[in-house]
Design a protein around this ligand. Structure first.
Ligand code: FES
Ligand code: FES
Length: 206
């Protein structure tokens, strides 16, 4: 007498999605599609590193070629490899906003984005705002309204304000407060930062 457990049954571990498709007669075409999707998924999950990999970053209209380990954040790559130190590393955990850069026009915590992820995107830092010796309108407004004390958080506030005004040149106080709520100032300069954000004129739509 044969033992049913000797034969691979329909729920045995040898039973795969592909054999199911063959069994029910969906045919080789569907099995081919499954195989192609599996190959695509493997390609998409290509492992980078752990050693350095070559990358290109487009920052302030210029292309930089560098090599970084995949674990390196955009902030560290920009500050320590490219010597663009305007954006600050304060909390390094996505809670203070001092590292804020614009990535494809949106404000991003650069300490929470990997440099490898930023490839193919347009990155902007505080160094890219002024035109020679002429300050960007937001930088000028921060000076006019004395919107800084320690100044450490200021580049992040300025970049968040630029992002706001490029999409909404005439924000209400409430809209400005909301746009800047991801930036923290420990010395309490918020009222002057808000005045500067509301008074900056001539920011072109992004
Ligand atoms: S340093 Fe990135 S959010 Fe604080
Ligand atoms: S001005 Fe930087 S923490 Fe207040």
């Amino acid at each position: 007498m044969s033992d049913a457990h000797d034969e691979p049954g329909p729920l045995s571990r040898d039973f795969s999605r592909r054999s199911f498709l063959k069994t029910v007669g969906v045919g080789p075409l569907a099995a081919g599609v499954v195989a192609a999707r599996e190959a695509e998924a493997q390609q998409a999950a290509r492992v980078l590193g752990p050693g350095e990999v070559p990358i290109e970053l487009a920052i302030n209209g210029r292309t930089y070629k560098l090599a970084v380990e995949p674990r390196v954040t955009l902030l560290d790559a920009v500050r320590t490899r490219l010597n663009l130190t305007g954006q600050k590393r304060v909390c390094d955990r996505g809670s203070c906003g001092a590292c804020t850069m614009l990535v494809d026009g949106r404000s991003v915590y650069a300490c929470s984005m990997l440099a490898v992820e930023a490839q193919g995107k347009q990155i902007r830092t505080i160094e890219g705002l002024a035109d020679g010796t002429v300050l960007h309108p937001v930088q000028q407004a921060f000076c006019d309204h004395d919107g800084l004390m320690c100044g450490f958080c200021t580049p992040g506030f300025v970049m968040s304000t630029v992002a706001l005004l490029e999409r909404n040149p005439q924000p209400t106080p409430e809209q400005a407060r909301e746009a800047l709520d991801g930036n923290v100032c420990r010395c309490g300069t918020y009222p002057r930062v808000l005045e500067a954000a509301l008074d900056a004129k001539g920011v072109r739509r992004g």
